[in-house]
Design a binder for this molecule. Structure first.
Ligand code: 0WE
Length: 264
């Protein structure tokens, strides 16, 4: 029996087989969870097919930028499920032009608004709909963050500010929802080559720098993140809430590393 058997989990943010949401779905399916998936309109066919691989036929369109669409999505979910145990929020977006050059040059009032709306507010908007369905069910909310929330990094720019806001949201939601038995956590993953990362200049160099520097001397995999996500949505983590768990091979814990030089 898997450690998520009998749990009903909604996954928001599946787009391709390289999505972090796909790694999370695989681990949760392996541990016996029943899965539902929301998708962005353009990924409908792909998500329906991937859902099938996880024995799920519960898929629906949901645009996290629209309250009406989130309401409609949960309306659809409620027709099939009378309750919900966990939601995985694996969605982020900033306009492409915000993710290059310097913060001051690339950030506008509008791309700041969009980044914070899609990447941070959407967790709260989803929580509003999910919480009533978690009544009497030891619920869990999980989101995805990145080191740029707490450190400056090249090009991540306004997404760093949005992730800082998202991480604060995890703590405030955890405080709000704890008395209802709902836990709220985030995973701060090391860089992974997803569709969202594909268009980013210098991404390959970032991956090789992290692999060379991190204590585990490799990049993290979708499986690494998926296993931690499954744990954080399960009763195995009943004592953990308001937390950001780093799944980065220890990269963020290193203060300095010298290049490998042969000993003489
Ligand atoms: O959070 C992310 C990616 C988020 C993301 C990616 C895109 C690319 C396409 C948000 N919005 C967009 N908008 C687009 O138009 N990561 C942690 C991956 C990532 O993104 C970076 C990184 C890393 C790592 C952007 C710049 C520098 C490093």
């Amino acid at each position: 029996m898997g450690f998520l058997s009998g749990k009903r989990v909604l996954i928001v943010g599946l787009a391709t087989e390289r999505s972090i949401a796909h790694g999370i779905a695989s681990a949760m399916h392996r541990e016996g969870a029943q899965l539902a998936f929301s998708y962005q309109d353009r990924f409908k066919d792909r998500v329906e097919s991937m859902a099938g691989d996880f024995d799920s036929r519960l898929t629906f369109e949901m645009d996290v930028a629209s309250d009406a669409s989130i309401e409609a999505g949960f309306g659809h979910l409620k027709q099939q499920w009378d309750g919900l145990d966990a939601v995985v929020h694996a969605v982020a977006f900033a306009p492409q032009e915000a993710l290059r050059g310097s913060l001051i040059d690339s950030t506008t009032r509008e791309n700041f608004r969009i980044a914070h709306d899609i990447s941070s507010y959407s967790l709260i908007a989803i929580a509003k709909q999910a919480v009533p369905l978690m009544k009497d069910r030891a619920g869990a909310l999980l989101t995805m963050s990145y080191l740029g929330a707490v450190r400056s990094l090249p090009s991540y720019n306004v997404m760093g500010l949005a992730k800082a806001s998202l991480e604060a949201g995890v703590r405030f939601l955890a405080a709000d929802l704890g008395e209802r038995g709902i836990r709220v956590n985030g995973i701060s993953a090391g860089p992974i080559k997803t569709l969202a990362a594909a268009g980013i200049g210098g991404f390959r160099k970032m991956l090789s720098h992290v692999a060379a520097t991190a204590p585990i001397r490799r990049n993290v995999s979708l499986e690494d993140v998926g296993n931690t996500a499954a744990f954080l949505c399960s009763d195995l983590s009943a004592g953990i809430t308001g937390e950001i768990v780093y799944v980065d091979g220890g990269y963020s814990t290193v203060g300095m590393k010298l290049p490998e030089t042969p000993e003489t």
